[in-house]
Ligand binder design. Structure first.
Ligand SMILES: C[C@@](CO)(OP(=O)(O)O)[C@H](O)COP(=O)(O)OP(=O)(O)OC[C@H]1O[C@@H](n2ccc(N)nc2=O)[C@H](O)[C@@H]1O
Ligand SMILES: Nc1ncnc2c1ncn2[C@@H]1O[C@H](COP(=O)(O)OP(=O)(O)O)[C@@H](O)[C@H]1O
Length: 296
């Protein structure tokens, strides 16, 4: 008699997303904001595992699990439901999430978890990551989910659905710092107060390409901005403190907020100065979440 093989256990990392630039171009009549952002990823992140061929389920553990809200509303399950709509009859399964990233932090933890769920479901069902139905499920789950599917540096435009080619970056050595002030994305957009149909008068995005020398890349990034920074600082003034501490650290070349905040990143000239800054920041601000990273 032929026996069913044991269900497989599959694992995916859900890395933190960093908006190295975030230009808000305007607001559509339906209220959504048009943007242009250069996005990269850090290895720091959550971990999602999956046992295939089980009823759809999710369990969560980890230091930031309580902040992630109701399990039924979790973006992992939302992504899985959109996958099931796109692929009727597909194998589902039981997910387990180890949640480490700060929540409502501008680093797309929930979006990255959702994208990791879609990658796991794609692997279990032999679906390609380029499949339009998978990309549609990502879009329906959230604006940042499509860019988190490949989780590699690239430009994103529109609401996040227009993705540029994957870019090969020189090593960008940095720190990411969250001061523990959660900020909901929609509140920060609302605070920007752009009328529906309105455009912003800010300047264009710097040109970025694969294979740029690190000095040129950091120089180009320095000409960019995060247009959500001032609205986020008004809601959570501690962001100004984080940016001041990072900018003053010896060896810091660029300090900026990621996404709608409150997490900020800094790029350093080398690993040594980043490590020194990490130590000093943790000593002065033991409650802050501080991680070393190499962005790609
Ligand atoms: C701002 C960004 C930049 O990468 O990141 P985060 O700060 O959230 O990490 C993203 O655009 C966020 O993407 P994501 O977090 O997936 O947003 P969603 O859940 O789809 O939308 C949350 C809410 O933000 C507003 N929203 C979002 C994206 C956008 N382009 N325009 C908007 O106005 C909408 O009010 C929406 O209801
Ligand atoms: N897996 C998840 N991880 C984090 N937050 C989640 C998750 N699923 C749903 N959420 C909800 O999504 C919202 C945004 O969380 P998150 O993705 O961490 O924000 P951000 O993109 O600003 O870093 C939170 O209010 C949280 O309750």
């Amino acid at each position: 008699m032929q026996r069913n093989p044991l269900p497989r256990l599959l694992r995916e990392r859900a890395p933190a997303k960093i908006n190295l630039t975030l230009h808000i171009l305007g607001r559509r009549e339906d209220g959504w904001h048009r943007l242009e952002s250069f996005v990269a990823f850090s290895r720091t992140g959550d971990l999602l595992s999956f046992v295939e061929d089980q009823p759809l389920a999710l369990s969560i553990e980890g230091p930031t699990a309580p902040a992630a809200g109701n399990i039924a509303d979790n973006l992992v399950l939302r992504a899985a439901r959109h996958f099931a709509e796109s692929f009727p009859g597909a194998k589902l399964g039981a997910f387990h999430l180890v949640k480490r990233l700060p929540v409502a932090a501008g680093i797309g933890g929930g979006s990255s978890d959702a994208a990791a769920a879609l990658r796991l479901l794609a692997r279990a069902n032999g679906v390609s990551l380029d499949d339009e139905r998978l990309i549609a499920a990502a879009r329906k789950t959230g604006a940042d989910v499509p860019v988190c599917l490949a989780a590699r540096a690239r430009m994103m435009r529109g609401l996040g659905e227009e993705l540029g080619p994957l870019l090969k970056l020189p090593p960008l050595i940095g720190l990411i710092v969250n001061p523990g002030a959660p900020l909901e994305t929609r509140h920060v957009f609302a605070r920007m107060n752009i009328p529906p149909g309105g455009s912003t008068a800010f300047g264009g995005h710097p040109e970025l390409s694969s294979g740029m020398h690190v000095e040129d890349l950091v120089g180009a990034l320095g000409k960019g901005r995060n247009d959500m920074e001032s609205a986020a600082c008004r809601l959570a003034p501690i962001i100004g403190d984080v940016l001041a501490v990072l900018s003053a650290a010896p060896g810091c070349r660029l300090a900026r907020m990621s996404g709608s905040g409150a997490t900020c990143f800094a790029l350093f000239k080398d690993c040594k100065s980043a490590a020194r800054a990490k130590k000093a920041i943790l000593r002065a601000h033991p409650g802050w979440w501080v991680k070393s990273c190499v962005l790609n």
